[in-house]
Design a protein around this ligand. Structure first.
Ligand SMILES: Nc1ncnc2c1ncn2[C@@H]1O[C@H](COP(=O)(O)OP(=O)(O)O)[C@@H](O)[C@H]1O
Ligand SMILES: [Mg+2]
Length: 233
C-alpha cells in the first residue's frame, strides 16, 4: 500500500504540488489525469526521489518509503541501445543488487519469457517494435522487485493494438500485488486500465473517485470541463 500524505513540492519559484494526499492499495491501479502542466510528471518524480519534497510524507506498507521500493517506467522506454534485450533486463540486478552474472541472466530470462520475449533476448532495442520495447522496459523495472510501479505515459508511442497488450500486461502485474500508479493523457486507456482516477489541477487533487463513477458523473466543474474538451462527457 502506497500512502501519500499532504505532499508539497516547489520547483524554482513555483509550488507545483500543493498538498497531495492519496493511497494506492497493493493490486490496485490508479490513473493520474489532468491538463498538461498540472504536476503529473512532477508527482512521479517526487515519489521516486528525483525531486525533493518540501513538505509531506510518503509511506509504503506503513514504513517511510525508500528509493528501491519504486520502479519507474519512464516515457519513451529509455532502453540501453548498446545492450541486448537480456542485458538491458539483467544489468541493474548485477550493478545495484549484486547478483552474479549467472543469476541475473536467469532472473532476466525468466521475466522475458513470461512477457513473450524469449526469442528476443539476443536482439538489440533498435530491432524491436514499439510494443516490444515497452515490454522490455517493464520487464527491466519489474525484475528489481518494486513494491510500487510508476508509469509515465506508458502508451504514448503505441498504436491501439499495442496499447491493449500493454494494458493487459500492467493488469497482470498489479494482480501480483503491486500498487500501480499511471500518469497518462490517454483517457480511453485510463478508463480501461484503472480502478480509480486521480484528477489533478494546478497541483491539487480535485477528484479521487472509482473510474467509472468519475467518467459517468464527474463532480467538479474542472473535471466536467476537462472531459467535455476531450469529447468524453
Ligand atoms: N525543474 C523545474 N523547475 C521549475 N518548474 C518546473 C520544473 N519542472 C516542471 N516545472 C513546471 O511544473 C509544472 C508541472 O509540470 P509537470 O509535472 O511536467 O506537468 P504535467 O506532467 O502534468 O504536464 C509546469 O508548470 C512546469 O513548467
Ligand atoms: Mg508530464
Amino acid at each position: 500500500m502506497l500512502e501519500v500524505k499532504n505532499l508539497y513540492c516547489t520547483l524554482g519559484a513555483n509550488e507545483i504540488l500543493q498538498g497531495i494526499s492519496f493511497t494506492v492499495a497493493s493490486g490496485e491501479i490508479v490513473a493520474v489525469i489532468g491538463k498538461s502542466g498540472t504536476g503529473k510528471t512532477t508527482l512521479l518524480r517526487v515519489l521516486c526521489g528525483l525531486e525533493n519534497i518540501s513538505r509531506g510524507m510518503v509511506c509504503i506498507n506503513g514504513q517511510k518509503a525508500r528509493h528501491g521500493d519504486y520502479g519507474l517506467v519512464q516515457q519513451g522506454c529509455c532502453l540501453f541501445e548498446h545492450m541486448t534485450v537480456l542485458k538491458n533486463v539483467s544489468y541493474a540486478l548485477q550493478a545495484v543488487k549484486n547478483f552474479s552474472t549467472k543469476n541475473a541472466r536467469a532472473v532476466a530470462l525468466d521475466m522475458l519469457t513470461q512477457f513473450g520475449l524469449k526469442d528476443k533476448v539476443t536482439a538489440y532495442p533498435n530491432s524491436l517494435s514499439g510494443g516490444q520495447k515497452q515490454r522490455v522496459a517493464i520487464a527491466r523495472t519489474l525484475v528489481m522487485d518494486p513494491k510500487v510501479l510508476l508509469f509515465d505515459e506508458p502508451t504514448s508511442a503505441l498504436d491501439p493494438e499495442m496499447t491493449n497488450d500493454v494494458i493487459t500486461m500492467i493488469k497482470n502485474i498489479a494482480s501480483r500485488g503491486i500498487a500501480v500508479l499511471i500518469v497518462t493523457h490517454d483517457l480511453v486507456m485510463s478508463r480501461k486500465i484503472s480502478n480509480r482516477i486521480l484528477f489533478l489541477e494546478c497541483g491539487k487533487i480535485v477528484e479521487n473517485r472509482p473510474t467509472e463513477e468519475f467518467f459517468l458523473d464527474p463532480h467538479s466543474k474542472q473535471a466536467k470541463g476537462f472531459l467535455k474538451n476531450m469529447a468524453l462527457f
